[in-house]
Design a protein around this ligand. Structure first.
Ligand SMILES: C[S@@+](CC[C@H](N)C(=O)[O-])C[C@H]1O[C@@H](n2cnc3c(N)ncnc32)[C@H](O)[C@@H]1O
Length: 271
């Protein structure tokens, strides 16, 4: 593999200034959600307006460095996702592509109200012309049907991936590590081998690790020097397989029951 993986230990706002305009093919941004998480040398708790100003500032820079046929994915929690949508859509005039829901089955329990079990991922393009490698990310169909594409279905915009649990050997010492298979889907769908991927909030280095294995070049920016050490060590580890999987990946398409009581609704494919 000849790809280059660069880690920059700096504030994303200043590091982004040093990246060339239109030079990045794909941005995967998982910023702090402003929920008070402890990221060691930075505490994720700003005032409401301060957080929106921070978001607008880094997103403006991200827009500048993104190539004209590039794509950005922004992870966000429910509290601020609509404000970030507004920045991408209205303030930056980007092209809305998909609002992805990442569903997981474990998390904090709420006593009054429904326990949160998803994060949102906003996908925007810089122009109407962009790459999307659907064939690289198809999942097995549920049923054999003549009208289904039997090479696999579009994964849709609700994705299920388990968190990497603290008991898991692949769990890094970072509070919000994302599953590698989720990032793998994003990288495969929206970049090609040799492309440049940018992660302005690298955390435990999931994006860098995935890019390292998928032959993409990658720049990761991370404010906390301890996480930078963690990333460097993670990149040196022997690779066996990604640490997570979409449960549909192992699905084997089934024959449809040949019964007269199957209603048209039951037959909808999922291309
Ligand atoms: C949500 S986490 C990213 C997790 C990452 N996707 C992973 O899989 O591990 C956000 C990260 O952004 C870092 N961070 C916070 N403010 C930053 C800033 N202004 N510039 C760069 N990194 C920052 C935090 O230290 C934290 O590691």
């Amino acid at each position: 593999m000849n790809n280059t993986i660069n880690i920059i230990n700096q504030d994303a706002l200043s590091a982004l200034q040093e990246i060339k305009t239109n030079s990045v093919d794909l941005i995967i941004a998982d910023p702090p959600y402003n929920l008070g998480k402890d990221y060691g040398n930075n505490h994720d708790l700003k005032g409401f307006d301060e957080y929106l100003t921070f978001s607008l500032d880094w997103l403006k820079s991200a827009y500048r460095v993104l190539s004209n046929d590039g794509t950005i994915y922004v992870f966000m929690g429910v509290r601020f996702v609509s404000y970030l949508f507004d920045i991408l859509d209205q303030k930056l005039g980007m092209y809305f592509n998909s609002w992805i829901t990442w569903h997981y089955t474990q998390g904090m329990g709420k006593k009054k109200g429904f326990s949160p079990r998803h994060d949102d991922i906003l996908m925007f393009n810089k122009s109407a012309k962009f790459r999307f490698n659907l064939d690289s990310v198809r999942v097995p169909q549920k049923y054999f049907r003549r009208r289904n594409n039997m090479t696999g279905a579009n994964p849709g915009d609700v994705w299920e991936f388990s968190h990497i649990h603290y008991s898991n050997p692949e769990r890094e010492n970072h509070p919000t590590q994302k599953p590698e298979a989720l990032i793998q889907r994003v990288v495969l769908a929206s970049s090609n081998k040799g492309d440049l991927v940018l992660d302005p909030f690298a955390g435990s280095g999931t994006t860098l690790r995935v890019c390292q294995q998928l032959d993409r070049n990658c720049i990761g920016i991370e404010l906390n020097p301890e996480y930078v050490i963690l990333i460097k060590n993670r990149l040196k580890e022997r690779f066996i397989e990604f640490d997570s999987i979409d449960p549909r990946t192992n699905r084997i398409p089934r024959d449809l029951p040949n019964r007269v009581d199957v209603k048209p609704m039951d037959l909808f494919g999922n291309n």
